[in-house]
Design a protein around this ligand. Sequence first.
Ligand code: HEM
Length: 179
Amino acid sequence: MAKYPHIQERVQEELNWVVGSRQVRIEDRKNLPFTDAVIHESQRLANIAPMAMPHTTSKDVTFQGYFIKKGTTVLPLLTSVLYDESEWESPHTFNPSHFLDKEGKFLKRDAFMPFSAGRRVCLGESLARMNIFLFFTSLLQHFSFTPPPGVSEDELDLTPVVGFTLSPQPQGLCAVRRQ
Ligand code: HEM
């Protein structure tokens, strides 16, 4: 967030306007299109489960001309969809406009699938989305986030740690209470 101070301010402006100083509620999401777009874009770019979970074909299948034998391990590469150059205007940069139409309304995108898709889609999707929204909005309602004193935004290394999941590196951060 610190690399994008204008985005942080825009989220806070929207929160001030719609929620004011009361506690954020999940129903507020539909009235916070910019904030919702920022959260979606963070999940798209963060891509924390790039290979979803390993699956196994339960019968022989032919998919897009390829024969896949029963019992084959299949790794659905969510990265290929979340960073698809034919789906996203700027797939490798943080750009909340991916989820906004020309009037600034929230735009649902089929290629947004950090929770995977189909029968084995993440079982915790609703819970996770609700929590991310409430944590993110409550934090930004009460605090502004900046790099620690003496550290410039350009020095922040946001490259994820690569494993079976992608996770953030530890970062120093200042949370400054808003008036
Ligand atoms: C940001 C948070 C989360 C992300 C991005 C995420 C993503 C995913 C992904 C990509 C899968 C693999 C789906 C597939 O096999 O194709 C998955 C599976 C699963 N997730 Fe999540 N998840 C999140 C949070 C949670 C939470 C909070 C819970 C439970 C409270 C949860 C429970 C599960 C379960 C049980 C499965 C296995 C579903 C199955 O195989 O049928 N997840 N998740």
